[in-house]
Each structure stands twice: as structure tokens, then as C-alpha cells.
Design a binder for this molecule. Structure first.
Ligand SMILES: Cc1cc2nc3c(=O)[nH]c(=O)nc-3n(C[C@H](O)[C@H](O)[C@H](O)COP(=O)(O)O)c2cc1C
Ligand SMILES: [Mn+2]
Length: 482
């Protein structure tokens, strides 16, 4: 069963011992970060801060902060289940007989249920604040780190529309609070929100934008997922939760938002307006520098009668967002494999903060196949940001960093096996000499074939005779080792 809303998920977390309520007064400036940082880094629970200084609204944080909780958020025992379901959909064969057709029914029903459903009335509109009342001041918005340029909305679900096609996009782009009704809109140039905005600028038109906070956590996750452009995140959320997302029309703008959200900000972004955004203590573990970004003007705020404000804190990994990224690594593997069937597994290590490092194992059949996979990945969606890709053979467990390092060390002739390329890098990357693009490194750590110019015999890996292993297993207890 899908969660109807954020509070439904909170009850589930609480019943599973995955939530603590903090009643002690805490400041939304830095203190919540310090508490959350300690809790995330020790694998601790989600936290509901019930008494936040300066606001009557509680803060929910760390709802996704372990693999168990991100799985709970998406309604599964393990994220791998979702990957398997997507894989089986992608691999579905046209039915040839009655039994086959019958087996297709649940799959098709699931797809049908993914489509969002429009509703007329909604909990997110229980309270409407317009005019002078449309102020962010009642919300416990965090200042996360000492060097931050101010307070930031860190878990916003941002709804925009393509002015030509009317198609919706939903992305998570943090919002720097300038005053009670003005914020930054930090969509990087590579993201779909920014593309929509560029189209409005070309038309010289004002762009209506809605921002939802809270709702079924599957909706929040979907906003972060690197879907192909023009895929509707609300359909994806419906697929994940196995029930349609209920959408309601905004009060003052032509946008639809999740009916069961906690809080909705309605407003607009004007063409050509820019304002200094940041600095902000970011996913990278460094401050992203202040830069000019578009400006969001709030015209109306609607919310539930007793809203809960969802937030996250990013910083040096591991933080809560790493678990969103790990879920993406698992869920999107079947889609990568659909294009690159030789891929066995992929690990985007947490230390690599989404984009810096990818370990990929492949079934290698022909010369230079590792190069093909690197270049293809650099061309696929948000994998384009990946700075360093390591390709390994199929028998390597890429989830084991220790094994990966051993294979790199032993299997690489650096001059022959390292490739440099260039391309876009994440807007947050600070190591590239200029922003937005930089160099890439591919490391081919696979076994080299004679056709790849390896003139010598590749040695066998050491492993014990299975019969001896079995014998030693049998006598192990008698050896007195323990
Ligand atoms: C907590 C969190 C904060 C994020 N902040 C930003 C941001 O400020 N700007 C941005 O461009 N992407 C940000 N992202 C990444 C985007 O949400 C992600 O790339 C998403 O796929 C973009 O959707 P789109 O492809 O529909 O634009 C953030 C992700 C998370 C998990
Ligand atoms: Mn998108």
C-alpha cells in the first residue's frame, strides 16, 4: 500500500522504531544540522523536531537516511525489488498464448495505475495564505552551515512546464531564502527546470512555478531521480507507489501539485532576473560558491492545517542524500543495461558524491569494449557528469571498494589503459578549471586481450582447489582455530 502522505510515512517509521521525536527546543540555525549530521553518520533514525525556535511547525529530517528507510519510503523490502520489476517490464516479450497474456495483466495494470489523477479538493489547501499573508516566515527553514549565505529550503519539489508542449517537469532544486516571499531558484543549466526557464526567457515571458514540500516520500524521491527529459516524474512516482499520484490545481497559477503535500508555494520566475545565490555547504562536502541564479517570487502559500516541514542537510558524505543516490544507482541499473547489455553492476561510491566516481563491471567479449562503455556512459543522461569511470571484468564485485582498488592496481598499465576525455561536469564541481565542463578519466581495469595490443600472456588468478576447500571445511572444527 502506498503512503497517502508524509504523516502516513511518519507513522510507519514510528511503528518500525525508525523515528525519534525531539521535544527539546532547538535552533533551525546550525543546531539541527549538528544533530542530524551525527545521527546520519551513525546510521540513526529519522527525526521529527517538534519544538523549533521561532516556528510552530515541526521539522522532519533524515526520512531517507539509511538503505532500510529509503526502501521503506518506496514501499519495498529492498530497492533491488524495484530494479527487478523495471527489468521485467523492459524485457517483456509480446505474449504468444493465453497464459502469457494473462501474465501481462498485472504489469499493464501497474502501468495504468502510474498515471496521475486530478482531484478537486485537497488537504494541501486547508489553509490559504495570500497577499501580505503569503510569507515564508512561519516555516522553520534551516540555515545549515556556518558559511551559508542564509536559510535554504533543502527538500523542495519544483514543478515547471515547457511553454511549447505544456509538459510538466519536477525536479529538486534548493531555494535560498532572500526574504519572506522571495527565494533563489538553483536549477543548474543542465537540468530540465533550467531548460524550461530558458524557453520562457526566449519568449520574454514570466514563468509560473509551484513548489511542493512533503507528501508520499516516493514523490520526493521522484523529484531527485535522473529521468530522461520529458518523462513525467509524477508518472514515475505513480509507478513506484503502485497508485496514482493525486494532483490538484494550484490556487493562483496553472500548475498541478500533489494534493497530499504538506505545503505548497505558488509563484513565478521572471525572465532575465538574477540574484546572488549561495554560498551553500553542499553535497560535495565543500561550499558551493555564490553565483547568480533566477529568482522565485511567491504569490500564494497553501498548506495543511498542522503542516510538517520536511528538510534535509547535505554536507560531507555520508549524508541523507547519499541514500537517495544509492536508490537511483539500483533503480536505474536496468535502464543502463537496456542500452549497454554488457554491464553487470555499477557502484557510484558514496565518497564520490554521485558524480565523481563510477565502478562498472562488464561482460567483455571484444577489444576496446571497456572504452565503448565509458564513452556511452559519458553520453547518457546525468551519467554525463561522471568524472572518473573504472571498468572492471564481470567477476569483480564492484560494491567492494577494496577489491576494486586491488584490480586497478594490478590490471592497469597506466599509459595504455587510461583515457582522458572532456565533457560537462556537475555545476557543483570545483576542481575543473572553469565551471560546467572539465576533463574525464576512464580507467580500463579489465583483463587485456591480445587484440588490444597486450603482447604477453595474462596470468591466471589464484584460487584453491575446491576439493581441498571442502576437506578443510570438514576438518575445520578439529583444528582448534575457532
Ligand atoms: C537534496 C538534493 C538537493 C538538490 N539540489 C539541486 C540543486 O540545487 N540544483 C540542481 O540543479 N540539482 C539539484 N539536485 C539534483 C536534482 O534534483 C536532480 O539532478 C534531478 O534529477 C533533476 O531533475 P530534472 O532532470 O528533471 O531537472 C538535488 C538533489 C538532491 C537529492
Ligand atoms: Mn525531469
Amino acid at each position: 500500500m502506498a503512503y497517502s502522505d508524509l504523516r502516513d510515512f511518519i507513522s510507519k517509521l514510528e511503528s518500525e522504531g525508525e523515528l525519534v521525536r525531539i521535544k527539546c527546543p532547538v535552533s533551525p540555525e546550525l543546531e539541527i544540522t549538528e544533530i542530524t549530521d551525527r545521527v546520519v553518520k551513525s546510521g540513526g533514525p529519522a527525526i521529527l523536531f517538534e519544538s523549533v525556535l521561532g516556528s510552530d511547525v515541526p521539522v522532519l529530517i533524515n526520512q531517507f537516511g539509511t538503505m532500510r528507510r529509503i526502501a521503506m519510503a518506496l514501499g519495498v523490502e529492498s530497492i533491488d525489488t524495484i530494479a527487478e520489476e523495471i527489468d521485467s517490464l523492459l524485457r517483456a516479450q509480446p505474449p504468444t498464448g493465453f497464459v502469457d497474456k494473462f501474465k501481462m495483466v498485472p504489469k499493464l495494470a501497474r502501468l495504468a495505475r502510474a498515471l496521475p489523477k486530478s482531484v478537486k479538493s485537497a488537504p494541501c489547501k486547508e489553509v490559504v495564505r495570500q497577499g501580505a499573508d503569503a510569507s515564508l516566515d512561519f516555516l522553520p527553514i534551516l540555515k545549515c552551515w556556518p558559511g551559508d549565505g542564509g536559510r535554504f529550503i533543502t527538500l523542495p519539489i519544483v514543478f515547471t512546464k515547457d511553454p511549447e508542449t505544456g509538459r510538466r517537469n519536477v525536479g529538486m532544486y534548493r531555494m535560498h531564502v532572500y526574504d519572506e516571499r522571495t527565494t533563489g531558484m538553483h536549477w543548474h543549466v543542465h537540468k530540465v527546470g533550467a531548460r524550461h526557464y530558458a524557453e520562457y526567457e526566449k519568449l520574454g515571458q514570466r514563468m509560473e512555478v509551484a513548489v511542493a514540500l512533503g507528501g508520499d516520500p516516493a514523490i520526493t524521491y521522484a523529484a531527485t531521480a535522473p529521468l530522461p527529459e520529458d518523462f513525467d516524474e509524477m508518472v514515475f512516482a505513480g509507478f513506484l507507489r503502485k497508485e496514482p499520484v493525486k494532483l490538484v490545481r494550484c490556487k493562483t497559477i496553472d500548475q498541478e501539485v500533489p494534493a497530499d503535500a504538506e505545503i505548497v508555494l505558488e509563484g513565478y520566475v521572471d525572465p532575465y532576473e538574477r540574484r546572488r545565490e549561495g554560498p551553500f555547504g553542499d553535497h560535495t562536502g565543500y561550499y558551493s560558491p555564490a553565483e547568480d541564479y533566477p529568482v522565485f517570487h511567491i504569490t500564494c502559500i497553501t498548506h495543511r492545517r498542522d503542516p510538517i516541514y520536511p528538510a534535509t542537510v547535505v554536507g560531507k558524505p555520508p549524508m541523507e542524500d547519499c541514500f537517495l543516490a544509492k536508490a537511483t544507482e539500483r533503480i536505474f541499473l536496468p535502464l543502463l543495461r537496456a542500452q549497454l547489455p554488457e554491464i553487470v553492476d555499477i557502484n557510484l561510491p558514496i565518497e564520490g558524491v554521485f558524480h565523481n566516481l563510477a565502478f562498472v563491471s562488464i561482460r567483455k567479449r571484444y577489444p576496446m569494449q571497456a572504452r565503448r562503455v565509458m564513452h556511452a556512459l559519458w553520453g547518457l543522461g546525468q551519467m554525463m557528469f561522471t568524472k572518473i569511470i573504472v571498468i572492471l571484468d564481470e567477476d569483480v564485485n564492484v560494491q567492494d571498494t577494496s577489491e576494486v582498488l586491488w584490480r586497478i592496481g594490478s590490471n592497469v598499465d597506466p599509459k595504455r589503459d587510461i583515457v582522458f576525455s572532456e565533457g560537462p561536469v556537475d555545476a557543483l564541481d570545483h576542481a575543473a578549471p572553469q565551471s560546467l565542463w572539465g576533463s574525464k578519466m576512464g580507467i580500463d581495469a579489465t583483463k587485456k586481450l591480445p587484440e588490444e595490443g597486450h603482447p604477453r600472456q595474462w596470468p591466471d588468478e589464484i584460487s584453491m582447489d575446491p576439493a581441498v576447500k571442502e576437506h578443510i571445511d570438514a576438518v575445520w572444527g578439529e583444528l582448534g582455530i575457532g
